[in-house]
Design a protein around this ligand. Structure first.
Ligand code: NAD
Length: 469
């Protein structure tokens, strides 16, 4: 039997040699790789959808089709459309005292890059980074999640069908393979997953000084402003909380609501969810929980809230269903020391926390780890701008949840415990490129003014420089 760790190391070396033989692939080569990625994704899309629904025990076909086929397809096409302009040398103006020199930045591939993906959007979060890395001219090693084993196998098959083993390669396996993978001396590593594992990946990368982009999670708050339209807000938060069964890195984790409106808001969300999912156990539109362990974790959160005297509103009943669907639950004003308020929920449970003043709500968010996303619902610009100016989060949606993640023209990433670095669009191309500054000196220039031995007039030049610089 082949040793998976030795295979990883051998493949890395093969890819590195292939990269050194062609360290800066031209436009046609990169475009061809993106074309092949597009065609194989289209060809395998039905197989991927079937594998995802098996892995989750049930996956909403509409969500799987949108998030794990259409959106990565859009990513590939956007990279291809913009490729020529992103690859061009970028012109930089020179400070006047360095004229007539010229400055250019040449984006250059980093070599062999590593992508570690989670299970919640198993195709999108593997293929999206691969598209950006290929556009930037790299060779890519991918480690998909072991929690969606069938999908990971199809991803491997679809990549092997169109790529040489030294262009893009997929390595399946659990934490042991993942640990060894993260220790390879990549030119760059992009990890998507939990904050806890992100720390381990950063430590492994540090040993090689491998630059790392960490796309992590956290508790993203939805702020129901004092001037929010409650009915509209309830719809958008209910949507965000239940998309993919609440298993989205940017799901609104909890809602902060003005105390006087808390019950009205909870009733609105309950009504909306009843119209979204009249029969949550049997509808095809509701995604199940990925594993027994995650389902038990969510059920434990609800039970703890109940045991602590919290009012829990369940929307529908999934007990007895032959899938791992978990009915949405609202926790009304729970204690803040329960598990559901201490860790990322990553499921369809919405704690609703009342606040008395905007300052108190801001303090509540500021005292916790910087979230991946923050959602502000208000019809007043002043209230919106106060939150925008004073809060720190990876990204923000105003009067919406989660949609910024698919606005692929903007950088996407976290800050602090929710991650570092960003990708999507040009940010992705730049993340996987080394931006090499080149200083072009014409032979007719003033650099002789600095030559030793230093003469008196050079002191005068120094004084003038100090004034004009
Ligand atoms: P996870 O951290 O458990 O696993 C992610 C990947 O890391 C898997 O492929 C796994 O095999 C691998 N891994 C496990 N141990 C490792 C190790 N020691 N070294 C290197 N890799 C290792 O995360 P998960 O449960 O798959 O995903 C859920 C988390 O991901 C949530 O916190 C969610 O918020 C976050 N997430 C973030 C984004 C984003 O874009 N910011 C997107 C989706 C999910």
């Amino acid at each position: 039997m082949t040793d998976p760790i030795a295979t990883l190391q051998d493949r890395f070396q093969e890819m590195k040699q292939a990269h050194l033989a062609d360290p800066n692939p031209d436009y046609a080569t990169r475009k061809d790789r993106l074309n092949r990625l597009e065609s194989t994704l289209l060809k395998f899309s039905d197989q991927l959808m079937a594998a995802m629904t098996q892995d989750f025990s049930h996956r909403s076909p509409s969500e799987a089709g949108t998030f794990d086929v259409t959106i990565p397809l859009g990513d590939i096409r956007m990279n291809r459309r913009k490729l020529r302009s992103w690859m061009r040398p970028r012109r930089y103006h020179m400070p006047k005292h360095l004229l007539p020199a010229r400055g250019r930045v040449l984006p250059q591939p980093k070599g062999v890059v590593g992508v570690i993906a989670p299970w919640n959007f198993p195709v999108y979060l593997a293929i999206g980074p691969v598209a950006a890395a290929l556009a930037a001219g790299n060779r890519v090693m991918v480690k998909p999640s072991e929690l969606t084993p069938r999908t990971s196998e199809v991803i491997k098959q679809m990549i092997e069908e169109v790529f040489e083993p030294n262009e893009v390669a997929v390595f399946t396996g659990g934490a042991e393979v993942a640990g060894a993978f993260s220790e390879l001396p990549f030119g760059h590593m992009l990890f998507t997953g939990s904050t806890q594992v992100g720390r381990l990946v950063a430590q492994a990368a540090a040993k090689n000084l491998t630059p790392v982009t960490l796309e992590l999670g956290g508790k993203s708050p939805a702020i129901v402003g004092e001037h929010a339209d409650l009915s509209y807000t309830a719809k958008r938060i209910a949507f965000g909380k239940t998309a993919n069964g609440g298993q989205v890195c940017v799901s609104p984790d909890y809602a902060l609501v003005p105390r006087a409106k808390m019950h009205e808001f909870a009733t609105e969300v309950e009504q909306v969810l009843k119209t979204f999912f009249p029969d949550v156990a049997n509808t095809v539109d509701y995604t199940a929980i990925v594993s027994d362990r995650h389902q038990q974790r969510l059920q434990g959160m609800i039970k703890e809230a109940e045991d602590r005297g919290t009012k829990v509103v369940r929307i529908g009943d999934t007990r007895g269903a032959n899938t791992r669907k978990e009915a949405p639950a609202l926790l009304i004003d729970p204690p803040l020391d329960i598990q559901a308020m201490q860790e990322e929920i990553f499921g369809p449970i919405l704690p609703i926390i009342p606040y008395d003043t905007v300052e108190e709500a801001m303090e509540f968010v500021a005292q916790r780890s910087a979230p991946l996303a923050l959602y502000i619902f208000t019809d007043k610009h002043a209230e919106r701008d106060a939150w925008l100016n004073k809060s720190l989060s990876g990204g923000v949606c105003v009067n919406e949840t989660s949609f910024h993640v698919v606005a692929d023209s903007m950088p996407f990433g976290g800050v602090g415990d929710s991650g570092m670095g960003s990708y999507h669009g040009k940010a992705g191309f730049d993340t996987f490129s080394h931006l090499k500054s080149v200083f072009y000196q014409p032979k007719l220039n003033a650099s002789f003014l600095f030559n030793p031995p230093v003469r008196h007039y050079q002191h005068t030049v120094g004084k003038i420089l100090r004034k004009i610089i």
